[in-house]
Design a protein around this ligand. Structure first.
Ligand code: CS2
Ligand code: MG
Length: 403
């Protein structure tokens, strides 16, 4: 019996808010899990502190599956981003503990390495097409094999994915949601031009990706997918809101451009139809938002049956703890596709010392026991929580739209 003796939530803000769960055990081994839900951090912190952690004390830290089932089925009010991020944090911390107890890097417990490294994609963005291409050339020079392209839209003051800072992207930019203005009419013609210029500048070996960020109707997504086919995108992400999984049938009827979706999914039920009907090519669910290693493994196994690959979310608001755990998962999972990698700031990396490293366009989780990431609690305490919200979007006529 490896008794759970203590469990606490650590909220820190080294440039942006992160919520981390730390679980201590009777053998003196501790584990940590990411519980960060951008813009809703305190909701998850409270769900853990007030409703979950008291039930963990005294339990056997080795019983990962039983604890997962206890927190999922015992919640009664199942699923949802807050609940599943809380369960994910517990699950990730317990896998960290189990691997440390075994003295092995986490990927060895999952089934060993299936590849030499984890191909990642970086984020080239700019206010203009020219700026974006220049950034993409810089990412290619840094050794990235895959690059996401997000460019400003003429006539729009802002758009998704274009940030002031070129290496880090933080959309939660104010205490209360800032209001952005969107026009699909202005946006749609810009993406094919961006991809044409990118192929001209970067050639055909590099993978090129784009995130629509939930902003098209299915038929508009079919149009954009078709317009991009000559430039061979690696994927078109979040082409249309995915609550209606059947909506992707319409996109599939019009384009062979590969589709990726799922960074906001929190259980297998959000993507079961998308996977079983092969309506997507990559599932973007993450360790932190989809119930941890235990549940993400189930999603990936279902996806594998239908030729769908993983492409986990890895934005700056996923902490290094999530990234570390994700890389062990990515090194093992047989149907791996790609891993998103938005770098963290130096102060974030200092709060979360980690074993993973970047080389030649791949990340590797390292060989440290566990998931290889820890938290410097003293340093974390010097960065107090700072309330921040994600933006909202309105159309030019004021209609509230998808951000
Ligand atoms: C984006 C994210 O990385 C992505 O694909 O969709 O930047 C997303 O907007 C943020 O994680 C939201 O907090
Ligand atoms: Mg996205």
């Amino acid at each position: 019996m490896l008794k759970i003796t203590d469990a606490r939530v650590i909220i820190t803000c080294p440039g942006r808010n992160f919520v981390t769960l730390k679980i201590e055990t009777s053998a003196g081994i501790h584990g940590i899990g990411d519980a960060t839900l951008n813009g809703r951090e305190l909701a998850v912190a409270s769900y853990l502190t007030d409703h979950v952690l008291p039930t963990l004390i005294g339990r056997d830290a080795q019983s990962i599956e039983d604890i997962w089932q206890y927190l999922y089925k015992g919640a009664y009010w199942r699923r949802g981003p807050v609940t599943m991020a809380a369960i994910a944090a517990v699950d990730t911390a317990l896998w960290d503990i189990k691997a440390k107890q075994a003295g092995l890097p986490l990927y060895q417990l999952l089934g060993g390495a299936s590849r030499t490294g984890v191909m990642v994609y970086g984020h080239a963005n700019g206010g203009t097409l020219e700026e974006t291409i220049a950034e993409a050339v810089r990412y290619q020079a840094m050794g990235y094999k895959a690059i996401r392209l997000q460019s400003g839209v003429p006539g729009l003051a802002s758009t998704y994915g274009v940030s002031r800072d070129k290496l880090f992207y933080e959309p939660a930019d104010a205490r209360l949601p800032t209001e952005n203005v969107w026009s699909t009419h202005k946006y749609l013609p810009t993406v094919p031009k961006l991809f044409e210029a990118a192929r001209e500048a970067l050639g055909w070996d590099v993978h090129l990706l784009h995130d629509v960020h939930h902003r098209l109707t299915p038929i508009e997504a079919g149009r954009l997918g078709k317009d991009l086919e000559p430039y061979r995108p690696f994927w078109l992400e979040d082409a249309t809101p995915a609550e209606n999984q059947a909506a992707f049938r319409l996109i599939r009827q019009h384009t062979t451009t590969p589709l990726a979706v799922g960074e906001i999914f929190n259980t297998i039920w959000d993507c079961k139809q998308l996977i079983e009907e092969q309506l997507i090519d990559y599932i973007r669910a993450t360790v932190v938002h989809a119930g941890g290693i235990t549940h993400l493994r189930r999603i990936a196994s279902l996806a594998d049956l239908y030729g769908v690959k993983t492409g986990s979310h890895g934005a700056t608001d996923n902490s290094p703890v999530c990234m570390g755990a994700a890389l062990h998962f990515d090194l093992w999972v047989p149907n791996f596709g790609i891993q998103e990698y938005m770098r963290h700031t130096p102060e974030t990396d200092a709060v979360f010392p980690h074993a993973y490293s970047f080389e030649g366009g791949d990340l590797h989780p390292g060989e440290a026991p566990g998931h290889g990431v820890d938290i410097d609690e003293a340093l974390a305490a010097t960065f107090p929580y700072r309330p921040a919200s994600l933006p909202v979007n309105r159309l030019e006529d004021g209609t509230l739209f998808n951000w």
